[in-house]
Ligand binder design. Structure first.
Ligand SMILES: Nc1nc2c(c(=O)[nH]1)N[C@H]1C(S)=C(S)[C@@H](COP(=O)(O)OP(=O)(O)OC[C@H]3O[C@@H](n4cnc5c(=O)[nH]c(N)nc54)[C@H](O)[C@@H]3O)O[C@H]1N2
Ligand SMILES: Nc1nc2c(c(=O)[nH]1)N[C@H]1C(S)=C(S)[C@@H](COP(=O)(O)OP(=O)(O)OC[C@H]3O[C@@H](n4cnc5c(=O)[nH]c(N)nc54)[C@H](O)[C@@H]3O)O[C@H]1N2
Ligand code: SF4
Ligand SMILES: [Mo]
Length: 722
């Protein structure tokens, strides 16, 4: 990687913005930590001595500025839910029954040894999650490669950030979701949000959008008039109400306008980028009128959006382009993000102070979780597993021969859909995901999980995936463990223990240590997260995501450390790319891409486009938040959002149950009418299970580069329920 630049501001003590030391607790006696859920990692103080009396209070911190969303406020309920698992479960005579840890671990170890002896190393697979701490994500990758010696490991971040990551690496040479602190956005007068609904998915993030909204410069590209888009319109900004899956066309049209109407930053393009001449012929074909026909966004709206970004840039009032899952979760997501990066490059936004391009990381440790080796093609430090130098470095830290390390494995959907097939894995260990609900084309995935010889799920609640497992291991949750997470701006944070774990629960670090010993692996798997972090530092040293100068002591002293954080750059790197991009020549790349649209066309039988996403109260597969009374009371049941004309055509009324049917399955939901919907689109949240599972419908067409499935567009019809 070539140089990225730090600015002077980074050397200012973090305390000026709100620090992160255990003693900074706004006057309370309590434990300073961060939220159980999303990637904003709002700071909170936990006070109390037992699960029953533990209270949550927000803490001043740059990302949340003293705010929490309803999930954060109610997060302590997870610690006292009757749904908490406190004993291992082993399936006997078809039923999950309580077992001792020794029994449960023996069943797992025995299956691993027998299966690998009969079918080879790759017959045992691992599925991880972006909610795991850095220490657990790192150890899980090491456990797979060194103890199991399997190539078959991937994780739910593949469903989440993989397209954004692939495009960032392609164009900037490096993937860090926000290459600048989130607070930088706070001074911007123009922010274009692509498929992001932070009013529901990261409410405290809105404090950073106030200036843009108030100055009429908040612009939201979303097929729905979301609370975020409403906020934009209320301030005089824009809602670009595009048809799902047409974002790449929108990007190309906006590039066309930027160039032909004189908004391009020609000097930036000449000095800091490469490839524009190959890129332009594609964008040149996307005349604004053609883009309007494909996307449904009026030419005047696109023109106003481009002008607003350019004006904010020219007057040094801050201009940002930010993407999230709406534009990314498509079979062409990598190319779409590539096209939006090209828009940002044409306008000269990235790699400068006060302007930029970023993607909004979703899961609690969605950033750190994608750096330490849970991904099929990756080693710690965001290294490539097929790079001989990377293999040599990591093998030396692990004390093994580089030749013993497996190569790249299957991506998430390819892995899950191979389970129990000829030549596919026969034993699967799941850590931090609920694929029965959250995987695309989930009916097929559930069938494959059921075909395994042994499914082992570590969780603290009986998720839908745990419920079909053969062995369930009760592990620790957020407020019961120590560790670190890396938030959406690449800043490393401390998770701190506020409570002793319930008797019967064990850390996953213990699970991997016990299992590796039981299967005869001679490598030591430490169980102290601090010791694991010290090893992670060494393993990451010299890689793109270099944590070598990050220490728990520095974090506990309240220092603000964004990776890369190395001996040469001990103050960390809040702002990447100021001098050079991370490409070999230091230039950002225009990569020619075209618009292709959704993989599945709508037709007479399936005339509507279904898209999916989130509501404020529920988190992901809902395994955690459905157990919190306040959240399930506020948002109790599955719904499908549609225009009244769409409902009329299907003969269904507001509140009625309807079956949404795709070529793969059906989902039952209550009709929710919304005059502001496009009449060709329906929206379903994916937080519910069983008949109400949105992923019974979704299409697992995979992006050729990132292997991201198409969660955000499939063809459906509505059938009234009689
Ligand atoms: N309440 C809540 N918050 C969360 C989570 C949660 O589950 N619940 N999960 C966390 C995680 S892991 C993530 S990844 C983030 C996700 O955060 P977001 O990306 O903000 O969430 P989504 O609801 O998936 O999608 C955002 C918007 O994309 C729109 N959309 C759908 N199709 C398209 C399209 O084709 N193009 C465009 N431009 N927009 C489209 C949807 O209408 C939706 O409003 O949220 C994080 N925060
Ligand atoms: N249709 C549709 N589907 C989607 C999406 C969409 O927008 N639309 N979004 C996708 C995205 S962006 C994401 S991130 C995924 C997320 O979907 P999942 O991968 O299913 O994520 P969660 O629901 O957070 O599942 C986490 C599970 O792990 C448990 N858990 C939490 N922390 C830990 C831990 O430290 N250790 C262990 N062992 N378990 C833990 C929780 O209790 C829960 O049961 O869903 C994807 N699926
Ligand atoms: S926005 Fe995210 S991190 Fe903040 S309180 Fe809500 S769920 Fe927690
Ligand atoms: Mo996500």
């Amino acid at each position: 990687m070539t140089s990225q630049t730090t600015d002077a501001a980074s050397t200012r003590p973090a305390r000026t913005l709100g620090g992160d030391s255990p003693s900074e607790q706004s006057g309370q006696v309590g434990v300073a930590t961060h939220c159980a859920y999303c990637g904003l990692q709002c700071a909170m103080t936990l006070t109390g001595t037992s699960p029953d009396d533990l209270t949550v209070a927000p803490r001043r911190f740059p990302t949340n500025r003293g705010g929490l969303c309803q999930k954060g406020w109610t997060s302590a309920e997870l610690l006292r839910t009757p749904g908490r698992l406190t004993t291992p479960l082993v399936r006997r005579d078809g039923e999950l029954a309580p077992a001792s840890w020794d029994e449960a671990l023996d069943v797992v170890a025995d299956a691993i040894v027998r299966t690998q002896a009969a079918f080879g190393r790759d017959a045992v697979a691992v599925f991880g999650g972006g909610g795991l701490t850095n220490e657990k994500a790192y150890q899980l990758g090491k456990f797979a490669r060194v103890a199991l010696r399997t190539s078959q490991i991937d994780y739910n971040g593949r469903w989440c950030m993989s397209s954004a990551a692939a495009a960032g690496i392609r164009c900037f040479g490096l993937d860090r979701g926000l290459p600048f602190p989130v607070t930088d956005i706070g001074s911007a007068h123009a922010v274009l949000l692509l498929g992001a609904n932070p009013a529901e998915t990261m409410p405290p993030f809105l404090t950073h959008l106030v200036r843009a909204a108030d100055s009429g410069g908040l612009m939201v590209a979303d097929p729905r008039l979301t609370p975020t888009a409403t906020k934009a319109l209320d301030g005089g900004g824009l809602h670009l109400q595009l048809r799902p899956g047409t974002d790449a066309a929108l990007a190309l049209g906006m590039i066309h306008l930027a160039v032909t109407e004189g908004y391009a930053d020609r000097r930036f393009v000449a000095e800091r980028t490469t490839g524009f001449d190959d890129f332009w012929p594609v964008a040149a074909q996307w005349l604004p009128e053609r883009v309007e026909r494909v996307t449904g966004v009026a030419v005047t709206v696109m023109r106003t959006a481009v002008a607003a970004l350019a004006r904010a840039r020219d007057t040094e009032r801050g201009a940002y382009v930010l993407s999230a899952r709406g534009s990314e979760q498509h079979a062409s997501g990598t190319d779409t993000v590539t096209a939006f990066i090209a828009l940002a490059l044409v306008l000269g936004l990235p790699g400068n102070r006060g302007t930029g391009f970023g993607t909004i990381t979703g899961q609690g440790n969605g950033q750190g979780g994608r750096e330490h080796g849970q991904k099929a093609d990756q080693l710690p430090g965001y290294r490539k597993i097929d790079d001989p130098a990377a293999r040599a470095h990591v093998a030396a830290v692990w004390g093994v021969d580089p030749d013993e390390l497996p190569g790249p494995g299957r991506s998430a959907f390819e892995l899950l859909s191979a389970l129990g097939t000829d030549g596919g894995p026969r034993v699967l260990m799941v850590h931090g995901s609920n694929p029965v609900v959250s995987a695309p084309d989930a009916r097929v995935v559930a069938e494959r999980l059921a075909a395994l010889d042994l499914l082992v799920v570590s969780d603290f609640v009986l998720s839908e995936t745990a419920a079909i497992a053969d062995v369930v291991l009760p592990v620790l949750q957020w407020a019961e463990e120590e560790g670190t997470l890396t938030n959406l701006e690449g800043r490393v944070l401390r998770r701190r223990r506020a409570l002793s774990p319930p008797p019967g629960c064990r850390s996953e670090l213990d699970v991997w240590s016990e299992l590796s010993a039981r299967i005869g692996c001679s490598t030591d798997f430490p169980t102290d997260p601090h010791v694991v972090f010290e090893e992670l530092r060494r393993a990451s040293a010299g890689g793109p995501a270099d944590y070598s100068a990050v220490t728990w002591a520095r974090l506990d002293a309240g220092e603000s450390l964004h990776w890369p954080c190395t001996t040469e750059r001990p103050q960390g790197t809040p702002r990447l790319f100021l001098d050079a991009f991370a490409t070999p020549d230091g230039l950002a790349r225009f990569v020619p891409v075209d618009h292709v649209g959704p993989a599945e066309a709508d037709d007479r039988d399936y005339p509507l486009v279904a898209t999916t996403g989130r509501v404020l109260q529920h988190y992901q597969s809902g395994a955690q938040t459905r157990l919190v009374d306040e959240l399930s009371t506020a948002a109790g049941a599955m719904f499908v959002q549609m225009h009244p004309d769409t409902a009329d055509a299907a003969g269904v009324a507001d509140g009625a149950l309807v079956d949404v049917v795709s070529r793969r399955g059906r989902t039952r939901a209550a009709v929710r009418l919304d005059d502001d919907m496009r009449s060709d689109v329906v929206f379903l949240p994916f937080h519910w299970a069983g008949d109400a599972r949105a992923n019974s419908l979704t299409h697992a067409a995979l992006d050729p580069t990132s292997r991201m499935p198409e969660f955000k567009a499939c063809a459906v019809r509505l059938e009234a329920v009689s």
